[in-house]
Design a binder for this molecule. Sequence first.
Ligand SMILES: [Zn+2]
Ligand SMILES: [Zn+2]
Length: 666
Amino acid sequence: MSEINVQLKDGTPVPVPDSATVAEALKRLDRDLAKQALAAKVKGREVDLTAQLDTLSSDNGAIEIEPIIPQTRDGLEVLRHSTAHLLAAAVLDLFPGAKLGIGPALLDDPRYGFFYDVITPQPLTEADLPVIEKRMKQIASKNLVYRRDEISKPEALRIFSERQEPLKCELIDEKAGDVVSVYYIDDSPFIDFCLGPHVPNTNKLRAFKLLSLAGAYWKGDASQPQMQRIYGTAFFTQEELDAWLKQREEAEKRDHRRLGRELDLFSIQEEYGQGLIFWHPKGGAIRKEMEDYLREQLVRRGYGLVYTPHIAKRELWYTSGHEENYADSMFSPMEFEGQEFRIKPMNCPFHIGIYKSTQRSYRDLPLRYAELGAVYRAELSGTLHGLARVRGFTQDDAHIFCTSESVHAEILGCIDFAFNMFEVFGFKDIKVELSVRGDDPEAHYLGTDEQWEWAESALVNALNAKGIPYQRIEGEAVFYGPKIDIRVEDAIGRTWQLTTVQFDFNLPERFQLEYIGEDNKPHRPVMIHRALFGSMERFFGVLIEHYAGAFPMWLAPVQVAVLPITDRVNEYAEQVASELRDARFRVEANLRSEKIGAKIRDAQLQKVPFMLVLGDREAEQKTVAVRERSRGDIGTMSLEEFKKMAHGLVETRALNINNQAQEVQQ
Ligand SMILES: [Zn+2]
Ligand SMILES: [Zn+2]
């Protein structure tokens, strides 16, 4: 029996029999790690612990084994993916004849951790979820083994058609090579076509919960069979699951769809179309403040504000490559006077139009065009969600055209802008991700190696220059260039990906963009796409949930509620309201003949930052008794004094009354 050397990263090689499994090798290397491991990476490939070493490597060097352990992203993926299998096993057990679609792990969805698409003989209802979950627990407690097998494609097709799993057969037909990897959970009716890896046995799955049921189509295509999607989540420990469920409950209270209705901020009306947003006056007031902040910064940072049409001739979308790569997300063309037009899904080609409207010299660059550009995308109805996923939205879009020498400074400018914005809106824990090309030979990337290396180093240098820590993510770049994504944490610890800064080698080439260089010769400019909020709609949704509807003074749709205690002082109340309006506050005076308690409750429910309670004494002394929404009474003062304090909050865009002095907008 021959031996091979195995080692941990940067560790010492240790010999093991070449027939050893990954688990056995790990045991030799580090008993503790071996005990924790859920799966492993061998030569960069994720494999099961039961994989045999001699099947993984043919060369003679030491094999590096990296265990996939709990409390890591890779570990969570293996855990959740394996739990999805457990779910499928329980469904098959309870509902013989059920057909299975796909069941991936979800790592970035704040609402769910995995799903499985199924078709059961009788449609499932919410009441079935606890029953299925109970069966999952029963199966898990039996400590069953996840077993991988490699069989021939015809054999796999035979097995799955015998089991009357037409969808799995379709997948195998489309995706499998000659050898098909299948997984069993031993002693359960489950078998799946899957590459793995999975946890070694069901005992590793201890903290999971089924969450909800939704409609889904096979392959997300409405012409395909309708399925049901069972959502759930899983964590390494019960404590983590409990904490997450608690956060979820808090998130439900903050749900922007609910608060949007209660605070009369926006609506979506089925009669007009799904995924189309109506901003009501109160939502509109907030939007105006968001836009004012943006425009103020844009002008200060040397952007030109542009406006471009909502439709363009179809030819444009051929030139831009959207017809080729993006047609599924675009609304169908419309015809007029023998020409075809399409409504825009992106603003980029239009800003290019402005760039191309005249000859550009290196002296003109950088050119920064910004637009609050409305775009429309044909999103499937099943994927729409409140303000988060819509069909029509406004991007806070900008395109920067520059020379390669100034890229570094432009990237820094974008990052600085983004960080300013997060501070103003009160987001913490900013995480920067740099997505670069992977080494997948199948992946198709535009641009030369030199261009990519140069662009990546420009992004890296910009981040390093600012001392910003970042995570490098291989293989996540868009096909036309590397990008920086920025994620932030909201008030209840959920993360949102908002800002993106992307390089583009593609469009300048396709549109033959040029500038005349110092050498008097034409050169290709670099193009950067960037959006900070992402879209006005989605960011608005995030803000509603972040603030739980209690917008800071500068954003609040009604900033001051004027509440007379008795009808006798209505006239004084009107005078106060009018003076505040003149000072450009958004004010509502509640002159209804109601008890003051009811008026205060009403303003409190509407989350108005300040209430001015006015009685005979206030009217006589020309003062106001001030209530702040979270602190209650903060004292009686002259209207001038109140205006001064309130102005301070608005001018500094303070997040709350405590950090009024914080000069956030500088
Ligand atoms: Zn699997
Ligand atoms: Zn763009």
